[in-house]
Design a protein around this ligand. Structure first.
Ligand SMILES: Nc1ncnc2c1ncn2[C@@H]1O[C@H](COP(=O)(O)OP(=O)(O)OP(=O)(O)O)[C@@H](O)[C@H]1O
Ligand SMILES: [Mg+2]
Length: 435
């Protein structure tokens, strides 16, 4: 806490305050410590903060215990504890404000001053915060002596939302009749909630479309097309494709959640990226040929050893190369390059000569279900989850994905992965081949 409080001439509370301020600080510190371990509920939290802030305010009015104020010998143990309490309040990442019974600011931590730059000791809260909900809450807490909850939304970009817990002070003395405001930042929780709702809406929508189509065909086969053998064959084939699409979607959703579950467990097994790339190119060669595309594979001198999950890394290569086959121009060339950069990191680049991607789509391509052209993606059997899976796998491996593209000039997806330190030189000679 750095703002000096104005000295109060009329303050005779200093003497009684000294008796309880040290225990109050101790209680406050212990409760805050418990809070840090997530073992406290909201009312206890307010009590902890209140004890701490109140003790600081009272001690300051007493005039003896400003950190750095009186000489250490004069401050004694209680002064040291006050300095510690001061430091704790300053370090609380959430804004905390203590008000007197007239709703004037008594104490505020750094986070509060960062949020409300006009907060000044001795000045009414309404000078710094004009939110009627919070101000009414303060009045109510002062009047009724009960904990009040309000919401405060900072309407500047990026918008931040807070839950404000307004707790009356319990205890004896004038300052004890004030209130403490504790702001809890809800921004990240709200964003997560939005993502969850969007995700459920998208996943249900993706499943509903093939399901509706299946139901429609079943009804047609039970009714008008009951005796039409040719129509039955055609419809059954479409139904098979739709059922496969749902299976693929569920498989992708499951693998996404599996990867997320393991997001903080770095893979340990040494694998070779050269082997993985070769294996996947061999697997996808028939699909490329079917689409009239040619894959040109170039593997520079290794080693390409890293700690990785082989199946997950196979999925990365599969997704990028499959996308190049699906969305790159038919009859085009797909260049797959594996090399080390000048910092020794493993680089895998997959570049196609297709129509490319407009710049406004690039930052969103790794979002779940995001597609540039939903109809084309669906027609090609895509779920829109491929690049989201790639991103999560790379995060887990400490790597990242860069996408470069300009409309009409193809697209290049480059994966960067950290190598295994002290990797042995590569046993395979450099390869260049087309398939
Ligand atoms: N090489 C590319 N060229 C042009 N557009 C691409 C390319 N790669 C991806 N895209 C665009 O990015 C979107 C998202 O790709 P992503 O791999 O996440 O999903 P998908 O391929 O549609 O489905 P899935 O990978 O689940 O089969 C695609 O729908 C496509 O619009
Ligand atoms: Mg894909």
């Amino acid at each position: 806490m750095t703002d000096p409080l104005p000295p109060r001439q009329d303050d005779d509370a200093a003497t009684p305050a000294t008796g309880w301020r040290a225990p109050a600080i101790a209680v406050g510190l212990v409760l805050l410590w418990l809070l840090a371990w997530g073992t406290l509920d909201a009312p206890t939290l307010l009590a902890a903060l209140a004890a701490l802030a109140l003790a600081l305010a009272a001690a300051r009015r007493g005039g003896g215990a400003r950190p750095g104020g009186a000489p250490a010998a004069a401050r004694g143990g209680s002064g040291d504890r006050l300095a510690a309490a001061d430091a704790v309040l300053a370090r609380i990442p959430d804004p905390v404000i203590l008000l007197d019974p007239g709703a004037h600011v008594v104490e505020a931590n750094d986070a509060a001053r960062a949020l409300l730059p006009n907060l000044r000791p001795g000045v009414p809260l309404s000078f710094a915060l004009r939110d009627p909900g919070v101000l009414d809450g303060v009045e109510q807490a002062l009047r009724a002596g009960a904990v009040v909850r309000a919401e405060y939304v900072e309407r500047v970009s990026p918008e931040r939302a807070f839950e404000v817990q307004i707790g009356p002070m319990a205890g004896a003395g004038e300052a004890a009749r004030g209130v403490l405001l504790f702001f809890r930042d809800l921004t990240a929780a709200r964003r997560l909630e939005h993502m969850r709702v969007d995700f459920i809406a998208n996943a249900s929508h993706e499943l509903r479309t093939p399901l509706a189509s299946l139901l429609g065909f079943i009804e047609t086969l039970q009714g008008p097309a009951r005796n039409d053998a040719a129509a039955r064959e055609r419809f059954l084939e479409i139904m098979r494709q739709q059922a496969r699409r749902m299976t693929r979607l569920i498989d992708d959703l499951l693998s996404l959640s599996r990867i997320e579950l393991r997001a903080h467990v770095p893979p340990e097994t040494p694998v070779d990226m050269g082997d993985i790339v070769r294996q996947m190119i061999d697997t996808l060669a028939p699909l490329a040929a079917e689409n009239g595309a040619e894959i040109a594979l170039a593997i520079a001198e290794g080693p390409f050893a890293l700690r990785g999950d082989r199946d997950e890394l196979l999925r990365v290569v599969e997704n990028l190369v499959e996308n190049a086959i699906k969305y790159g121009a038919s009859g085009g060339r797909i260049a797959v390059d594996l090399r080390r950069d000048d910092r020794g990191r493993i680089l895998l680049a997959v570049a196609d000569s297709g129509p490319g991607i407009a710049p406004e789509h690039l930052p969103r391509l790794t979002e779940r279900f995001y597609r540039v052209d939903t109809a084309t993606s669906r027609a090609k059997g895509g779920t829109g989850l491929g690049l989201a899976i790639v991103k999560h796998i790379l995060n887990r491996h400490g790597g990242h994905l860069a996408i470069r593209s300009r409309p009409g000039e193809g697209a290049a997806f480059t994966v960067t992965l950290p190598p295994l330190s002290g990797a042995v030189p590569h046993r395979h000679p450099p390869v260049t081949r087309a398939s």
